[in-house]
Design a protein around this ligand. Structure first.
Ligand code: T3D
Length: 261
């Protein structure tokens, strides 16, 4: 049987690939379980220093598999229990792992698929791809962290517009809004996204984790507290091999070699 999520570790990069191309990578139970577990594996593996989230086929991910969801609506129990069981843990792992995450957005990213892409640190987006909140179109609000990440990325007013009036946000607009950090021709997506992820996988992993912390902290706190957080994080990084080695490399006019420690 074909695996719905592929997982590969090459050197210090883990690549997690959604692999239900015939279903536009809609998230059925099996795919959600596999995605949640593979991402947790990448987060816990100390050899892995960056994660690339990619997808096979013409879509990135169209969110919940609505055929499966329709069946769940007819059954007993809470048909939305999957939000706590799958969507929230996946969004948290993507957002909180101690290493950077790159999303290669090859096609439409809708609903939870949009949420997962936005939980990444860096989105490389194919010119033919798009983002679609989708939720209100089926009478839902938001999950997979979208109510948290979207206003932080595009501002509250634009987030409200995109959530209240779901529509396809094409790549060019996504770049203007900050949803896409890099837009590339469709045929260059795989190589471009991989190059970004490989570069991050060879970088100062602890500094990247601290940057995640600092950015998240600063969105919730004032200047004084954020300055204190910066000082705390910089002090901790001062003791790392990567920092000391990079300073020595700079003075010796060499390129630094980071090993993530
Ligand atoms: O359990 C819970 O529900 C809670 C969790 C929620 C998390 C979520 O993600 S909720 C949001 C679910 N997703 C959606 O509502 C998106 C639904 N899809 C669309 O709005 C559109 O398909 C797209 C905007 C994503 C893409 O449009 P387009 O024109 O490129 O494609 P299409 O023609 O609409 O769809 C192509 C096929 O994919 C079609 O099937 P068919 O007619 O060829 O047999 C369509 O039904 C199918 N498809 C698209 N999205 C889904 C789907 N099948 C199942 N589930 C889907 N989400």
């Amino acid at each position: 049987m074909t695996e719905t999520v592929l997982y590969e570790v090459t050197e210090s990069l883990a690549t997690v690939t959604l692999n239900r191309p015939e279903a536009m990578n809609a998230l059925n139970h099996e795919t959600k379980e596999a995605l949640r577990d593979r991402l947790a594996e990448a987060a816990a593996d100390s050899r892995v220093r960056a994660v690339l989230l990619a997808a096979n086929g013409r879509a990135f991910c169209v969110g919940q598999d609505l055929r499966e969801h329709a069946a769940a609506l007819e059954g007993d129990g809470d048909p939305l229990a999957t939000v706590r069981a799958h969507y929230s843990p996946i969004a948290r792992t993507l957002s909180e792992m101690r290493k950077p995450v790159v999303a290669a957005v090859n096609g439409v990213a809708a609903g939870a698929g949009f949420g997962f892409a936005l939980a990444a640190d860096y989105r490389v987006v194919a010119r033919g791809a798009s983002f679609h909140t989708a939720f209100a179109g089926i009478g839902l609000a938001a999950d997979s962290g979208l109510s948290w990440t979207l206003p932080r990325t595009v501002g509250r007013a634009r987030a409200a517009e995109l959530l209240l009036f779901p529509r396809a946000v094409e790549a060019a607009e996504a770049e203007q809004l900050g949803l896409a950090q890099r837009v590339v021709p469709d045929e260059e997506l795989a190589a471009s996204a991989r190059a970004v992820a490989v570069e991050l996988s060879r970088g100062p992993t602890l500094a990247y984790a601290a940057l995640r912390d600092a950015l998240d902290f600063a969105t919730e706190h004032g200047l004084a507290a954020s300055l204190e957080k910066e000082a705390e994080l910089q002090s901790a990084l001062g003791a790392t091999r990567d920092h000391r080695g990079a300073v020595a490399a700079f003075l010796a006019k060499r390129r630094p070699d980071f090993d993530g420690a």
